[in-house]
Design a protein around this ligand. Structure first.
Ligand SMILES: Nc1ncnc2c1ncn2[C@@H]1O[C@H](COP(=O)(O)OP(=O)(O)OP(=O)(O)O)[C@@H](O)[C@H]1O
Ligand SMILES: [Mg+2]
Length: 180
């Protein structure tokens, strides 16, 4: 009886029906370097999540072009206007990192069918290992759907201009790396 009374007292408000819940999402990647496509994902993710952790994967197997510090600085500079962003790095299993950060979502981007297969496999594996963390996919924006870090590095290596595909600070660092 008292419980019913409580509910009816709250009619007209959302209290009780929508319990307070925070969405803490991790956006993992190599970010070697950050592109405008990544930045679009971060901006959209930050509107969805209460707290978005941009997590740089420390891959001991792959030799990155930019050091961890450089990648950190580039992301930090490009996201300085967003207030609910944290930039961090991790190695090892993403689900274990998600548990340490109490994250309930992993954010990933899908650019084309080619992304789908690998992303599906990872999402299913991660769900099996840690069902509490849900993988959330955002479709790439049309204008960025053809951009990857790999292709950016390839263009720069061949002497091309990538300033329309990456934040200004990233373009400057790329120029510095490849000018001799
Ligand atoms: N242009 C983009 N638009 C939307 N999502 C993207 C874009 N580029 C990368 N992503 C997504 O960001 C996440 C991290 O990707 P990742 O670090 O592999 O970047 P990448 O640009 O694909 O780099 P690389 O070419 O080194 O693989 C993935 O979910 C990937 O699908
Ligand atoms: Mg990739």
């Amino acid at each position: 009886m008292s419980a019913r009374l409580k509910v009816s007292n709250m009619s007209g408000t959302s209290a009780g029906r929508f319990p307070e819940r925070r969405l803490v999402a991790i956006y993992p990647g190599s970010f070697d370097p950050l592109t405008n496509g990544h930045l679009d994902m971060i901006a959209r993710g930050s509107r969805l999540a209460d707290h978005l952790i941009v997590a740089i994967l420390r891959n001991t197997q792959k030799q990155p072009l930019f050091s961890l510090e450089e990648r950190f600085e580039m992301i930090d500079a490009a996201t300085s206007t967003l207030t609910n962003i944290e930039v961090d790095s991790f190695e090892g299993l993403l689900v274990e990192y998600a548990a340490r950060k109490s994250a309930n979502a992993i954010l990933r981007g899908i650019r084309a069918v080619s992304d789908y297969e690998a992303e599906l496999q990872m999402a299913l594996l991660n769900r099996r290992m840690r069902p509490e963390t849900e993988t959330v996919f955002l479709m790439a924006a049309e204008e960025y759907s053809f951009i990857s870090s790999r292709i950016i590095k390839e263009i720069v290596t061949l002497g091309g201009d990538v300033s329309q595909f990456v934040p200004a600070s990233v373009a400057a660092r790329l120029r510095a790396k490849f000018s001799r």
